[in-house]
Design a protein around this ligand. Structure first.
Ligand SMILES: [Zn+2]
Length: 256
């Protein structure tokens, strides 16, 4: 279980401007806290400077109900978000506008921690005609070790309930086809969701997605990417020594 201090550390880490993953109030983080709740960043605060007061406990099952309503208005959504936040004694804060997307990911997958960022290198690709190449294949072995064999790309969708509905459908298809969750979900013209097992894992996934994007941008500039063959990529994913490396990386995650 991820503690509030660990989640706060994650916010400060991914919000560090030197990483170039988010600016000001961009992005958000959350963790699964029990079978019904998640802890998520409040709307409008910066991850770099957030404090414990900016972490809200949200009833994620309650806001998922928005997906089953017809013609949801902005006011209905705002009221559902207000009702889903556990009272803190302080003035009522609103969770991130993408709280429903976090709730969908926890409902559909076994992720325990989510980090959503807008890294410049990733968005350079996601805002280009080459966006589809980000999930076309693997370019180098460590990309597979950290991000897995396949990732998910969602076409641009209106943020909030429509985007959450699109991701829900795509996650069901992905997990149905591959038997495992994607560790990186890319949103075209928007950003990256890291679907992680721990706070350290969320940083590792985000950093590797950024590195893969930088390499792909460089490969495009150098004449075009050469993806690993299916045979080689499957071999990396199935190799016992690569599983060992992945497990060692997970064991090194001391913060959770
Ligand atoms: Zn975003």
């Amino acid at each position: 279980m991820t503690t509030r201090p660990a989640l706060l550390d994650l916010g400060h880490d991914v919000g560090d401007p030197r990483r170039d993953w988010v600016l000001s109030a961009e992005g958000n983080i959350s963790s699964r806290s029990d079978e019904r709740h998640m802890i998520i960043k409040a709307s409008g605060c910066s991850m770099q400077s957030m404090t414990d007061d900016d972490l809200l406990v949200v009833d994620r099952l309650a806001i998922l109900g928005l997906l089953d309503m017809r013609a949801v208005t902005d006011e209905t959504i705002a009221q559902a978000y207000r009702d889903a936040v556990a009272p803190t004694g302080a003035a009522t804060r609103m969770p991130s506008v993408e709280a429903i997307l976090h709730a969908v990911i926890y409902a559909e997958s076994d992720a325990s921690v989510i980090a959503h960022t807008h890294p410049t290198a990733v968005n350079a690709l996601l805002c280009s005609t080459a966006a589809h190449l980000i999930v076309e294949g693997a370019l180098f072995p460590d990309q597979i070790v950290v991000l897995g064999r396949r990732q998910l790309l969602i076409p641009y969708t209106d943020p909030g309930v429509p985007l959450a509905a699109a991701v829900r459908g795509a996650l069901r298809d992905f997990i149905g086809a591959h038997g495992t969750r994607p560790r990186a979900v890319y949103l075209a013209n928007h950003g990256l969701f890291a679907l992680a097992d721990s706070t350290d894992d969320a940083v590792r996934i985000t950093a590797m997605a950024v590195k893969a994007a930088q390499i792909l941008l460089g490969a495009l500039a150098a004449g075009g990417p050469v993806f690993l063959s299916d045979e080689h990529a499957d071999r990396i994913e199935g190799r016992p020594d690569e599983h060992y490396r992945r497990d060692r990386l997970a064991d090194d995650s001391g913060r959770n």
